[in-house]
Design a protein around this ligand. Structure first.
Ligand SMILES: [Zn+2]
Length: 219
């Protein structure tokens, strides 16, 4: 029997009678992380990894019914053994491991294999079936070069910032504002920018165009 099936509400575990990252209101929702395309408001009960509890509550509201699990801890629900394991994506991101009758399935949520220091590193979990989120695996992203590791795109950010400072554009050389995170996860960019010679990184992601900003990615 499949441990996870697709339903209009989202990924569903029939044995345990709960959903994983449902996009509609359900009774029980396991949330892989607090990004808006995974954490949707309106479900009756939520379960998420403990390190991401503040993000999930900030996203869904302080009044939600939320249980948390430490990475690797297990609970049993309707005959399903469930545990959450680091996905390496953002703080509190988790892969969901389900085990029932000797069968193990893992649902990745968003995940990242390279460790960038922003959260617990991705953990390889042995399983019989792995359901992977794979947005940047589509050929259009590979061809467009949308996803790059921080070691590549940060190199292009620094000269941009320094050039604007040299031109007297009003920027403080210790402050870099990353206008777009198009090249990869913004957390990774911020950590990578915190290298030698960059004492301060402002942890704000601008959604719109900043006043006085040219065509560059830094204001
Ligand atoms: Zn995400």
């Amino acid at each position: 029997m499949d441990l996870v099936v697709a339903r209009p509400e989202g990924l569903y575990c029939p044995v345990g009678d709960f959903y994983i990252d449902p996009w509609r209101s359900v009774d029980r929702a396991v949330i892989t992380h607090g990004h808006s395309d995974h954490a949707h408001y309106g479900s009756s009960h939520y379960l998420a990894a403990a390190p991401g509890v503040r993000i999930v509550r900030h996203r869904l509201g302080a009044d939600i019914r939320l249980d948390t699990l430490e990475y690797g801890a297990t609970i049993h629900h309707h005959g399903v053994k469930l545990s959450l394991h680091p996905a390496g994506h953002v703080l509190g991101s988790a892969q969901v491991r389900l085990e029932s009758r000797g069968e193990v399935w893992v649902i990745s949520g968003d995940y990242k294999l390279e460790h960038d220091g922003t959260c617990a590193a991705f953990e390889h979990v042995r399983c019989h079936a792995f359901i992977a989120e794979s947005i940047f695996g589509l050929p259009i992203y590979r061809e467009a070069g949308v996803y790059l590791p921080p070691t590549q795109y940060v190199g292009s950010i620094r000269p941009c910032r320094l050039a604007r400072t040299a031109d007297g554009c009003g920027g403080h050389w210790r402050t870099a504002r990353v206008r777009h995170a198009w090249a990869g996860p913004p957390d990774g960019a911020l950590v990578a920018l915190k290298g030698p010679g960059c004492a301060g990184v402002q942890h704000r992601i601008w959604r719109g165009r900043s006043p006085g900003c040219g065509a560059g990615c830094i204001t």
